[in-house]
Design a protein around this ligand. Sequence first.
Ligand SMILES: Nc1ncnc2c1ncn2[C@@H]1O[C@H](COP(=O)(O)OP(=O)(O)OP(=O)(O)O)[C@@H](O)[C@H]1O
Ligand SMILES: [Mg+2]
Length: 457
Amino acid sequence: MSKLTILVLDDEKRITDELKEYLEHRKFKVYTAQKPSSAFELMKSKRIDILLLDIRLPEISGLEVLKKIKNLFPKIEVIMITGHGNMEIVIKAMRLGAIDFLNKPFHHLDVKIAIERTSKFVELQNELTVSNNKNSLISQELEQLLDKKLIGESDAIKEVLKITMRATEFDDVNVLITGESGTGKEIIARLIHYASVRKKFGFYPVNCSAVPDTLMESEFFGHKKGSFTGAFKDKKGLFELTHQGTLFLDEISDMPFALQAKLLRVIEDKKIKKIGDDKEIEIDVRIVAATNKDIKMLIKKNEFRLDLYHRMNTIEINILPLRERTDDIKPLILHFVEEFSKKIKKIVPKIDKKVFEILKDYSFPGNIRELKNLVERAMIISDNNALTIDDFPITFKKKRTDVITKIRNLNLIDNEKILVREALFETKNNRTHAAKLLGLSRFALIRRMQKYEIEVD
Ligand SMILES: Nc1ncnc2c1ncn2[C@@H]1O[C@H](COP(=O)(O)OP(=O)(O)OP(=O)(O)O)[C@@H](O)[C@H]1O
Ligand SMILES: [Mg+2]
């Protein structure tokens, strides 16, 4: 990322000088101007990222300057500089698109905060083209950057990523993501949005189980003022707000049956009507839905519409539970340990090999979310720079799936490892007994344990 460039426009030279010195010290490139005409000259010839703009100026007012900038150079973010008690003007400026404001006389700390916040936004914007709906997008974009990494090495997660990438290419096709709680459905939904052409528009997540039934229809379709008691003004619904973007319907199986029919119609007609309105509005929305329930079972029980299911699952992405893709456990632990070390400013601890071994046998009912919490807890508990299995307070329910379900292919070598582990588990790590169970000599067992790096007490 190259240095960000800031232009300071204030009629008082004392102020532009002070800000220039302060900001240059913080490694920004800084230009100054005392009147709007020279500021516009600079904006025409230089790339400016952020403008610090005084309200009271010669030639034209700060608000006029702001309006002009939003027309001519919409990419420049503007921070207003105002005298105290000018709240009305501040509000006007924010409506016109200013991103923040500073009260005069200002403290360096205020300048620092405003500039940091704005530069973070500008950097994000440079990275991902953000649409008009800034306020709600800032947090989503940030969240997305922090949480977008999809970690995993298993064949299963690679397959998920492959289908996800395909879904980003076909941006009109609806996607259904299934998988137990905490398997990463939301991460996938966000990836689909932010890697598609729709990223310029909004990503709206709605948890269908959190919206009360009575409000659902108005949430989705919007309403006209006065169409029912409590409808004090016109309201846009989610479909309209999401126009050209992605609507993420989380927990779609909790959508009331009646509304499912309406959703189906929207998908087919690509048109909606607000409650209390005759006018049809065309909408272009991609729907990504997710559920952790067994949707086929719900269809059988007549709780989910088969026709809607067929409309939703043009691309279906099923994410396996973590216990069925144990190859992902180690990379995920390493990732969360590193991420959390950064967060709590600790050095990255050494991790005992047994942690990986033993967690591979754990059932993870809460999947990756649970693993993430376990890692964070372990790092808080451990008082030295090492993590051992004792730092993982799992009430150990071993994944007692029987051996047969662990066998995924007929490869003798792959399965030998599973059998050796199983025999050791059965015999509580007694090598002599385990060897007997396996029909091997004790020495042959130990050789295999070394080969597969299986360690026991
Ligand atoms: N492959 C992965 N790599 C890194 N982090 C992951 C991965 N999968 C999930 N996570 C993390 O695990 C947590 C849970 O993921 P997410 O919220 O996407 O799950 P979900 O399937 O939507 O769960 P639920 O059904 O409970 O809503 C999040 O913090 C997410 O960042
Ligand atoms: Mg979720």
